[in-house]
Design a protein around this ligand. Sequence first.
Ligand SMILES: Nc1ncnc2c1ncn2[C@@H]1O[C@H](COP(=O)(O)OP(=O)(O)OP(=O)(O)O)[C@@H](O)[C@H]1O
Ligand SMILES: O=P(O)(O)OC[C@H]1O[C@H](OP(=O)(O)OP(=O)(O)O)[C@H](O)[C@@H]1O
Ligand SMILES: O=C(O)c1cccnc1
Length: 478
Amino acid sequence: MNTNLTTFADLYQFTMMYGYYKTGKMDEEVAFDLFFRKNPFHNGYTIAAGLETVIQYIQNLSFTDSDIDYLKSTGLFQDENFFDYLQNLSFTGDLYAMPEGTVVFPNEPLIKVRTRLFEAQFIETALLTQIGHQSLIATKANRMTRVANGKPILEFGARRAQGVESAVLGSRASIIGGCNSTSNVKAGKEYDLMISGTHAHSWIMSFDSELEAFQSYAEAFPDHLILLIDTFDTLKSGMPNAIKVFREVKKQHGELKTYGVRLDSGDLAYLSKKAREMLDEAGFQEAIIVASNDLDEYTIRELESQEAKIDAYGVGTKLITAYDQPALGCVYKLAAEKLNDKWIPKIKRSENPEKITNPGLKKVLRYIDEKNGEALVDLIMLEDEQIPNQPFEVFDPIHTWKRKKVKHCKWIELLQPIFIQGKLVYESPSINEIVENVQRNLSSFSKEHKRFSKPHIYHVDLSQNLWDMKMKLLAELD
Ligand SMILES: Nc1ncnc2c1ncn2[C@@H]1O[C@H](COP(=O)(O)OP(=O)(O)OP(=O)(O)O)[C@@H](O)[C@H]1O
Ligand SMILES: O=P(O)(O)OC[C@H]1O[C@H](OP(=O)(O)OP(=O)(O)O)[C@H](O)[C@@H]1O
Ligand SMILES: O=C(O)c1cccnc1
């Protein structure tokens, strides 16, 4: 959302900035990488989202007088000159990112930042929050659309989201992941998303009878008439009343445009089949059946396997809250520091080899088999490394004996320039282009990688040079 989020940072960013200012380190140039360590929901991949709001955040970076007054009032920062630096803060460096809709994997930088330590440290939390949340929801939505056999998924989550901003940005991310529309009007307005919806139980309850409620709705929306039929009794009351109203509208208007029913309780497979029979018998073969009620990808898959006669799924809580995994766990790590005009790679060690960071300035290449169009490996390389001639061998960075040959592949560089020397150089794609990007990206991955459970693990490898550098730095720590 297009608001000034400048103070959206953890206190420790301010205290570190103050420390950098006091020690004279604030202008040192550094490189940070943003990445995550594990695909969410046991999925085989993650859909990148959130760059658009990161761009807005960076463009709007500017402390207001009241922000400064507040920081002064904390009494934490004794040296008043620090506030002058804050007042003049803007992003002056380079930022590269994987575009929204890119299929991404653990440990590869989704964003790399290169700028003054003062700025790079400051933007950490805002970047993590935005990329982590939106990528998580886009991936959850993508899982749901994958099992729905092409049937539209309508995002209904606004009322269940953890806050207003999560609802709006979650709606956008859901559309990126593959949902057809959102019920969230603010998200629709702000991000040019398709909006759709039906009506609530309270609409029915506010009339003397269900029939009167349906008739009144039909009068207001004869061309978009999806009636919620489970308020009293789905098959005995809701369905017969809906059919009666469809007949009346047809008689009055000569035709029905978008029309149908919504089921929101009970056995959705059974009820959808019965509802379909009743609609077809009454001559309303074009009527659609929407189902909602606590749906997620597992229930949708279950309903599809029961051959439920459902034409569209409405999904709220479990999508907008990423119910089974509420955080992606993105991290932002220092990768290099410039000293005397020379980049010095930095590493963080961990007992867990998978948590040891990848040092240095890096680029990420995706190798795609020219014959079958399938992605073979993502290779994280040092930025100034030559692209290797094919064939060449890649290896798993932990289990180094696992090797494979890269040959007859084209490659694409995944990190795109977004800001260069503080200037926005990226033209943001439209939401439809982002959705197309997801489809284009996914078409490079095999069914095994896209499998719903226990997917084939896609390889993200390090170039020999990067791996050697990592090992050397680790050895130097001892
Ligand atoms: N055929 C089905 N197969 C698998 N899951 C189903 C099927 N039909 C419905 N469900 C799921 O089962 C759960 C039923 O929820 P619950 O037990 O709360 O009943 P309910 O129908 O919502 O009842 P009520 O709203 O009247 O209290 C929901 O999560 C729904 O998505
Ligand atoms: O189940 P979810 O996936 O979270 O989807 C959103 C839910 O929100 C609505 O219920 P609610 O009881 O809030 O309002 P209603 O009276 O319109 O049913 C709707 O009927 C769905 O059941
Ligand atoms: O339009 C709907 O049917 C709707 C919207 C929000 C939540 N539940 C349902």
